[in-house]
Design a protein around this ligand. Structure first.
Ligand code: TUI
Length: 308
């Protein structure tokens, strides 16, 4: 499969891995790239030197291109922005903000910049300041989210910008909406190469379509996770008008607790609404082959839509 995105990134399949704070280290990034997609190391809130080490470790595992995802609210973001250039990283995706202030330096260094956006307005702004593509991420995604669904967001972003659009999730459908690649996060958590705690994987495998919740709608930081005793308490307190500080206490360090300690009861088990479809833990390479075969099949099955 060839699209502007596979050409831009020099990858075999039009699939890029989601950022995934605490989850996406050099193991999964290298595995996804080795499997023919674009793997990414998630800088998240980690110290910049950790990111440098991860980049060097990933290089030992793969000669294929991989990228770094920069969470723009991180206190280390400025430093990480420099480190990606120093380490010769060729692709950066960004989340939770606008990467405008880094654009000039990255473009000068030949870094391809792919901001993750949740609105048409930000997609337009990103195109104007030199982004090479955008990821349109709908509200069904895991983690920090916007309001609009992927089904509505993707075609509107496709119409608003000339640069390629990468949809978050829904491969075959995404192409029908005009996207030229997809980003996947949740599906990659349940892979052999993903280093999350076994409890996280098992909790994800058990989840159904209705099992995600969004905390923080009232605080301005909506985050989608699998429902658990933490989300129950959070949503009850949020509805009762608890203070910002009291609510923050419930999620502070929650992602680490879930990913590293395997605490799926009080931790933040971030996941998209697609959790209900995740039923096994394949190797990235097998997953990728299966995804491409399923996509082909889905397109073929719907060929009645096309007149001979
Ligand atoms: O960034 C993400 N998803 C994330 S980041 C993350 S780390 C985190 N952990 C705990 C609490 C908060 C974050 C986990 N998941 N996706 C991309 C994304 N970006 N979704 C929404 C946005 C976004 C929202 C507002 C981007 C820009 C924005 O406003 C920027 C502006 O300046 O207008």
């Amino acid at each position: 499969m060839k699209t502007r995105v596979t050409e831009l990134l020099g990858i075999e399949y039009p699939i890029i891995q989601g950022g995934m704070a605490w989850v996406a280290d050099h193991h999964i990034a290298a595995a996804v790239s080795e499997a023919g997609g674009l793997g990414l190391i998630a800088a998240a809130n980690a110290p910049a030197e950790w990111v440098r080490e991860q980049i060097r470790e990933a290089k030992k595992l793969t000669d294929k291109p991989f990228g770094v995802n920069i969470m723009l609210m991180s206190p280390s973001a400025d430093e990480v922005a420099k480190i990606v250039v120093e380490e010769g990283i060729k692709v950066v995706t960004t989340g939770a903000g606008s990467p405008e202030k880094y654009m000039e330096e990255w473009k000068a260094a030949g870094v391809k910049v792919i901001p993750v956006v949740a609105s048409v307005a930000l997609a337009r702004r990103m195109e104007r300041c030199g982004a090479d593509a955008v990821v349109a991420e709908g509200t069904e995604s895991g983690g920090h989210i916007g309001e609009t669904t992927t089904m509505a967001l993707v075609p509107q972003v496709v119409d608003a910008v000339k640069i390629p659009v990468i949809a978050a999730g829904g491969i075959a459908a995404a192409f029908m909406l005009g996207a030229e690649a997809v980003q996947m996060g949740t599906r990659f958590v349940a892979t052999e190469e993903c280093n999350v705690h076994e409890n996280y994987k098992q909790f994800l495998l058990k989840a159904r379509d209705i099992d995600t919740r969004v905390t923080g709608r009232t605080t301005g930081h909506p985050v989608r996770t699998l429902r658990n005793p933490m989300t129950k308490e959070y949503l009850e307190k949020e509805a009762a008008g608890a203070s910002f500080e009291e609510l923050e206490m419930l999620t502070l360090g929650g992602l680490r607790k879930a990913v590293v300690d395997g605490d799926v009861k009080t931790g933040s088990v971030m996941s998209g609404q697609i959790a209900g479809m995740v039923k096994d833990v394949p190797a990235c390479k097998d997953l990728m082959a299966r995804l491409m075969a399923e996509t082909k099949e889905a397109v073929k099955k719907n060929s009645f839509l096309v007149e001979e």
